[in-house]
Design a binder for this molecule. Structure first.
Ligand SMILES: [Zn+2]
Length: 186
């Protein structure tokens, strides 16, 4: 079954929070998540029901969104949050259709197919402005991300909801860098 997701991650690919349980505690405090869910999806991850302030911290752009926030009898999609076990290796996550990034300097779209198979720490030299960037520093236009720690909100469609700055700032307290987000449909 196709799954639409909003993923949050530190902007520096190899940086992750050192204590994920402290992140979870803080996110519970601000009402982003509520109690754990027992979902047998991925044994290495933990799942939480969204909290009472979820819709303020991840505002939906349409008026009066209707979302399920807990499992339903008819198996309707519902929003829940997934925390990974932090990995030592950087993963490059992107959707089924390949996404071409933009050069962060000159904004030129980079249509090089090899990019999708490159290592996250590879240098890429923009053919237009000749500026060198690491692969993960390219502008992936909120369709792909590099990280060893993705916090995932499940059943959110692309650009349907956007994480509030308050949520991103709270996550930033747990890493020496800011956080970014992207959408995935897989
Ligand atoms: Zn460029």
């Amino acid at each position: 079954m196709a799954l639409s997701q909003l993923l949050l991650h530190p902007v520096i690919a190899h940086i992750a929070p050192t204590d994920m349980s402290a992140v979870i505690d803080d996110l519970q405090q601000i009402g982003f998540i509520a109690h754990p869910l027992s979902l047998a999806i991925d044994k290495t991850a933990v799942y939480y029901q969204v909290g009472e302030h979820f819709l303020q911290l991840v505002p939906f752009l349409g008026c009066s969104p209707f979302i399920h926030t807990e499992p339903t009898d008819d198996n309707s999609p519902f929003c829940y949050v997934q925390f990974p076990s932090v990995s030592n290796t950087v993963q490059f996550i992107h959707g089924l259709t390949s996404t071409f990034p933009r050069c962060p300097h000159c904004k030129h779209t980079l249509t090089d197919q090899h990019l999708l198979n490159s290592h996250w720490n590879d240098q890429y030299i923009c053919p237009t402005c000749q500026t060198s960037s690491l692969l993960y520093q390219l502008n992936w236009r909120q369709a792909a991300g590099f990280s060893c720690c993705f916090i995932t909100i499940n059943n959110i469609y692309q650009h349907e909801a956007v994480p509030d700055i308050k949520l991103l700032k709270l996550l930033e307290k747990h890493t020496p860098c800011s956080w970014n987000y992207f959408y995935l449909h897989r």
